[in-house]
Design a protein around this ligand. Sequence first.
Ligand code: GLN
Length: 196
Amino acid sequence: MNIGVLALQGAVAEHIRSIELAGAKGVPVKRVEQLAEIDGLIIPGGESTTIGKLMRKYEFMEPIRNFAAEGKPVFGTCAGLIVLADRLEGDEEPHLRLMNMKVARNAFGRQRESFETDLDVKGIDTPLRAVFIRAPLITEVGDNVDVLSVYKGEIVTARQGNLLASSYHPELTDDYRLHELFIRMAKERGTSHVGH
Ligand code: GLN
């Protein structure tokens, strides 16, 4: 399995490390053509406005939408979750509009800018260590979205078919089980499309 990490801005090297710990090959994706060589794509944390701007500049928007439409998995973490969302709170322009959810940026306020916690995540048997940094929250989800974890009543992990999103940074700890889950999603896609 080759798992790409969109390498325009943000925590790229950390994701590559977690992907490799989880047993797949990590590929920094800087050019659109590289999408053809990967089985899944991670959009990392960083700054969503900047990532969105660079995605438009380097013409990644349509190719990533097509990648997802082919059933290949896409995982957005923190700023990457914001980039995946169909709707943003306030009058901010959404980016990829792939996931049927509404997202509030910087939703924890100044007091809780960054913190770590252990989260119960559906599909992972013991709590996952999660690092939140100026994190967004999912404030609404459509019926086709599965909520995988909540923190203090707020949605922080969600899945919609081949799309996965986390409010936090799963790549900043040694706990790479969310990456393993994502790699399983990529493998399932691989087998379910055999013969097509
Ligand atoms: N606050 C950032 C944004 O709105 C996201 C922070 C992060 O990715 N750690 O884009």
